[in-house]
Design a protein. Sequence first.
Length: 451
Amino acid sequence: MRRKFFFISLLVLLVTAFSVAGILLTYFRTERLAFLDDQIRQSATSIVESKLSELKTYDDDEADEMISEELGPNRLGKFFVVRRAGEILFSTENVTLLETQIPQDPQWVTVQTEDHFIRALNLKLPRFQNRTLQVGAIVDKSFISLTFVNNRTVVAIFVILFVILIFTWFLSAYLFSPIRNLSRYLNLATKALEDNSEVPVPPERLKKEGRFFGRNEKDEFRQLVRVLAEMVDKINISRKFMKSWTFQMAHELKTPLTIVNRDFEVISEKYGVETRSVQEVQANIDKISLTVSSFLDWAELTSQKIPGNLYVVNVEEVLSPILNNLQKIYGPRIKVNQAQSFQVLSNPLHLDQLLTNTLSNALKYSEGDVEVSFADSILTIRDHGEGIPPEVLTRIGSPFNKSTQKKKGIGLGLAWIKTICDLYGWQYEFKNSEGTEFKVQFPPVIAEAST
């Protein structure tokens, strides 16, 4: 956006500069032409009123001397011609040197040669109506058109354009610095929302943007930042309220579910409810109870800022029991391609939860083999299913986040994975390519941590 503003501003400045230059050149030409016409008109009036207009015949030297006496210094740069029916009765020497015919019509005539600009006035002599007096001025072509540009002028033009370019660049940088800082803050706020954490308030420097030019409290940008800060406060308050309310609701559900399950067992035994119906009801109650328990465990994990109960854990020792348990359920679908164990500093329970959720998701949402490899502090799990839907991938970290087309699971697996990785600062990525690939890189365990 800054680059677009820079080019637009530069274009406006250049168009304005060339427009002003065009207007000035037009004004300059008009004024100089008016100056020439006034000089020619005054000279023509003086000649018409002199004895030169009464001569029947002309002696070139005598006529030239009369013109000099009548006009004095004003004669310089001017020519004089007296014509009769196309015949030249008298002309000054400078007209002969031009080798250019001066038309007798209209009254004002303009003739341009390669090097000169000629302006002439045609007048009928009062005593001899068949004679035409032509009075004009011969000037250099650059005098009226300014078409001549020397090297110094070219350099000056390029220097001015360069200064305009630099000025426009720094102006765009200054004007867009608040927008750039606002964009950075909004990225942080968006990241906080994606991580399901508290949204940071706008920094003080964002509220002070633009004071160099004396922006007051009514400045649009400062009003925007103030409204944004108010909105962030409301979001954080609502988030805290919803979080507290949700956790409280989940806690309140656990006890009634336990009571319902126990009472149902008593009632089913008392009234001899069909075994299949009992199993279906208990399965649904167990599912609700599992969802509430999983949510509460995840919520407790999200409230942790620093991991505790840290141990140096061998990845293969944690992974092997998980693979054995899952193979009992899903059969020999898990293939270990590379196995070079390494150590991780973590709470063993958290590492177990990370591996269990990742492998369970891969097996649950795909039908082919699931490939596992771990070496050099990197663990990779890959399935050959349909991949994670885009609407789920963009909301990783949110609870109950699952595709509407898939009925399996409760939508907490990815939230568990992201929360654990974020808690420890482990680098991870999900990649959709002929299935889903999950890769997590653990920081190396230093020697002091292993003692």
